[in-house]
Write a protein that binds this ligand. Structure first.
Ligand code: NAP
Length: 472
């Protein structure tokens, strides 16, 4: 008997978050690829809430990192395989429920990413001018949910909290000359705002030291290569405490040592009096944001570092505090996944609880939910580069295939109306891969006219109009 295996990778729209669900995870495409390799011609429906695919590759990767985005060529190839369908503009949780999908697919693989932000939990965090970096990233990348967001770039000084790669992206986009950004696919509204930006000082605030900085060296190094930007490093911040020395010596990862080299080089470099400055603050944690109608200042406490007794190093607050006069704060302290109705959720870790990609009934449980799988950030948390998702998705697919071979996937009824029929009855305008290709061509044509790789369409209504016109 031939097994009719359907598969849906669902970057989901979440009923709990209104219209603000955003970045999705390219792990869905990698899972599709692994399934296609194992079972050529397999029927795969990839559901996305937007008419535009590619998750974080479109909505998260910085516009000035086009090489990383070239991975979409692989996704195009995956989408062209027999059996693959893109079901765009379908909001799981609103247009169709998880239960309705589970009733129609032998396998439901969720790869909806981690689209909210972690918070700092400090007074003043909700003041106007305090933003999640994830929102800024979604805005400058043209995510339709954030197209109308406002960031006050008339301010002279801003702070970016955290020193991961997202913080690097945010600081770089704020500091980079718009003459360079105008050659990228940065959203038009962001380009206009950045052209008239008054931002001169970007404070990068890291709670631990240079050895613990989460950013990778190429991303760090880029900050020091920006035209018209001085990077300011306090040499005292680079004097390592005993715990950091010991950690560095024990590390196999060479990234921290290379970061340290870059930072030492910057600390020794004379300042040029450039128009913009990126000022690094190590061992510093924000403890309050203050201001009358919006953020005017960020109070920071100096930390000392000590061993956590497990090979790591933790920050401990001292009595020393200082204020940074900043008008905007970007909190770049990590993404977080969210719960969806009908799927178990591990609140503590912000992931769907799973063992190797098989969803389990609750965190710590060994009882799996038949036919339900996860891949990407919602499986393992928001870490890793785009390619990390390939391995992650392939591992999940290995479990899927083992369950298929063992007959451990649920049976589904043939008598239910199909997903297409259900969505048609609900008058959902479903978009296809060919519709995306229409949008893609349109964006590229607009880009060619402006000497840019593409001009992104950032309004779903406009996307549907273009698709409708082309279909007629
Ligand atoms: P991340 O790498 O986890 O960095 C988070 C940063 O926030 C760390 O510096 C962390 O410091 C800090 N932090 C966390 N909680 C804090 C708190 N309460 N107060 C102050 N600081 C706090 O996260 P991310 O930057 O969002 O990046 C997510 C993933 O995407 C990463 O794997 C990243 O490499 C990847 N990414 C890659 C690229 C690229 O390859 N170009 C670009 C963007 C993102 P501690 O270390 O002290 O916890």
């Amino acid at each position: 008997m031939a097994i009719r295996l359907f598969f849906a990778a669902c970057p989901l729209h979440l009923p709990t978050c209104g219209s603000r669900s955003s970045d999705r995870d390219p792990a869905g495409f990698y899972a599709a690829e692994a399934l296609q390799k194992a079972a050529p011609g397999i029927a795969i429906d990839l559901i996305d809430r937007l008419p535009t695919p590619f998750g974080l590759v479109r909505g998260g990767v910085a516009p000035d990192h086009p090489k990383i985005k070239s991975v979409t060529r692989i996704f195009d190839r995956i989408a062209s395989q027999p059996g693959f369908r893109y079901i765009g503009h379908v909001r799981v949780g609103e247009d169709v429920s998880i239960d309705e999908l589970r009733a129609r697919y032998h396998v439901l693989l969720l790869s909806y990413g981690a689209d909210t932000d972690r918070t700092l939990g400090i007074p003043g965090e909700t003041l106007p001018g305090s933003h999640a970096a994830t929102e800024f990233v979604a805005w400058y990348n043209g995510n339709p949910d954030y197209a109308a967001a406002q960031f006050d770039l008339t301010q002279r000084a801003v702070a970016v909290v955290g020193i991961g790669n997202v913080a690097m992206d945010v600081a770089r986009i704020l500091a980079k000359p718009t003459s360079v950004l105008s050659g990228t696919d940065l959203a038009d509204h962001a380009l206009q705002a950045l052209v008239s930006s008054n931002v001169q000082t970007i404070h990068l605030v890291a709670r631990r030291g240079p050895v613990q900085a989460a950013c990778t060296t190429p991303e760090l190094r880029e900050l020091g290569e920006l035209e018209g930007v001085d990077v300011v490093v306090n040499p005292r911040d680079l004097e390592l405490d005993a715990a950091s020395e010991a950690q560095l010596a024990a590390m196999e990862d060479r990234n921290p040592a290379k970061n340290l080299e870059v930072l030492r080089d910057w600390a020794a470099r004379p300042l040029t009096g450039a128009r913009r400055q990126v000022v690094l603050h190590f061992n510093a944690s924000p403890v309050a944001l203050s201001g009358t109608d919006g953020v005017e200042s960020m109070t920071v406490v100096k930390n000392r570092l000590e061993s956590d007794g497990k090979g790591g190093v933790r920050a401990v607050a001292t009595d020393e505090r200082y204020d940074l006069p900043v008008g905007v704060v970007f909190r770049s302290v990590g993404y977080k996944g969210r719960a969806i109705v009908g799927v178990p959720f591990d609140v503590r870790n912000g992931v769907v609880p799973n063992i190797g990609g098989r969803v389990v009934e609750q965190a710590g449980s060994a009882t799996t939910v038949p036919g339900l799988y996860v891949a990407g950030w919602i499986k393992r948390g928001p870490q890793g580069i785009i390619g990390t998702n390939k391995l992650c998705a392939t591992d999940t697919v290995t479990q899927v295939l083992a369950d298929v071979a063992a007959g451990a996937i649920p049976t589904i009824s043939d008598s239910l109306p199909s997903l297409d029929a259900l969505l048609a009855e609900r008058q959902v305008t479903v978009t296809s891969w060919s519709d995306w290709q229409t949008l893609d061509k349109e964006e590229q044509a607009r880009g060619a006219a402006a000497g840019r790789p593409r001009v992104k369409i950032t309004n779903v209504g406009e996307m549907l109009e273009i698709i409708g016109t082309h279909r007629r």
